[in-house]
Design a protein around this ligand. Structure first.
Ligand code: FAD
Length: 287
């Protein structure tokens, strides 16, 4: 449980960080809160020879209201997101989901950027970002680009990040006033990753669902944007028939692993259970 040896670098700007990563090559990794990377290094599942610590880059830590869009810096911690009244007022599902990550100690250190860049299907923020249709801002040496959260994840621990790139910010469109939301997560105990989790955002008008967006956590090699399940809810009264259709679509899309959290069939069923609960709660909160 002791990591291999590595050189430690502490750049003062995002530009300096990407220049360092380009110079140091494939054996270098960005370090954020360290609560995913360091355990992997202790298990020798990751063996970077250089760590580029983003912790002293003040420009990567912010929560800004940009008028219809909230921008969150990559080094903003989960604890800071939970504590932001502005964020909670605009996008309450973020606080709800962040409070289900691990425990306070982890949330004091763990960052939004680390959580979404990690590529671990067990992380809670990626499916939520897909549900919210967030955009990731990526910086490389001499280049900047944007990638939708819905296009970012390619496999377990495999994302659209190019070697030497860092994620600098996440931009999230503010959901409509009166929207309903819920993040429902089944876990074996406090602090555990999800057995299955569902993020739901809906808008209602006169008892009819006008829009729906669903993200699913830890139910495949990547987080999932459940487009078919979302479409099954739109235009309905969110009654039994529409919910059954959405659950059938979600169950058809997921491909969970069989592991300590349960066999495939159980986890597939739990995806449906979490989805039903999240839709019911979101509906009760919508106006
Ligand atoms: P790090 O561990 O520093 O980095 C993670 C990976 O992302 C590394 O590969 C790193 O190189 C890369 N990276 C980090 N920042 C950037 C960036 N800006 N640009 C490009 N690449 C970057 N998470 C959950 O979502 N749900 C849970 O229930 C949960 N439970 C946990 C329980 C325990 C006991 C622990 C220790 C962790 C748990 N986590 C959970 C993980 C936790 O939320 C991590 O903090 C988070 O996944 C990674 O964020 P970090 O800032 O610690 O990133």
């Amino acid at each position: 449980m002791i990591p291999g040896s590595f050189a430690y670098h502490r750049p003062k700007s995002a530009q300096e960080a990407v220049a360092l990563l380009a110079q140091l090559g494939d054996d270098a990794r960005p370090l954020a809160g360290g609560h995913s990377l360091i355990p992997m290094m202790k298990l020798r599942l990751a063996k970077p020879t250089h760590l580029v610590d983003l912790g002293r880059i003040g420009d990567l830590k912010f929560i800004k209201d940009e008028g219809g869009v909230i921008a969150i810096g990559a080094m903003t911690t989960q604890h800071e997101m939970i504590g932001s009244d502005r964020l909670t007022k605009a996008i309450p599902i973020l606080r709800e989901a962040a409070l289900m990550i691990a425990d306070p100690q982890v949330r004091y250190q763990g960052t939004l950027g680390g959580n979404v860049a990690n590529g671990d299907p067990g992380n809670d923020m990626p499916a939520l970002m897909q549900c919210l249709d967030a955009t990731y801002h990526l910086l490389g040496k001499g280049s900047e680009r944007k990638v939708k959260a819905r296009d970012f994840y390619q496999g377990a621990y495999f994302t659209s990040l190019e070697p030497g790139e860092i994620l600098t910010a996440v931009r999230i469109p503010v959901p409509a006033t009166g929207h309903g939301y819920a993040y429902e997560k089944l876990k074996r105990k406090v602090g555990d990753y999800a057995t299955a989790a569902a993020a739901v955002l809906i808008t209602m008008q006169g008892g009819t669902c006008k829009s729906a967006s669903i993200g699913l956590t830890n139910l495949s090699e990547t987080p999932l944007f459940a487009a078919d399940a979302s479409a099954a809810l739109v235009g309905s009264d969110l009654g039994r028939a529409a919910l059954d259709k959405a659950v059938t679509a979600a169950e058809a899309q997921v491909a969970p692993a069989s592991d300590g959290r349960g066999p495939v069939e159980y986890r597939r069923k739990m995806a449906g259970v979490m989805l039903r609960r999240a839709v019911a709660l979101a509906q009760s909160r919508a106006s």
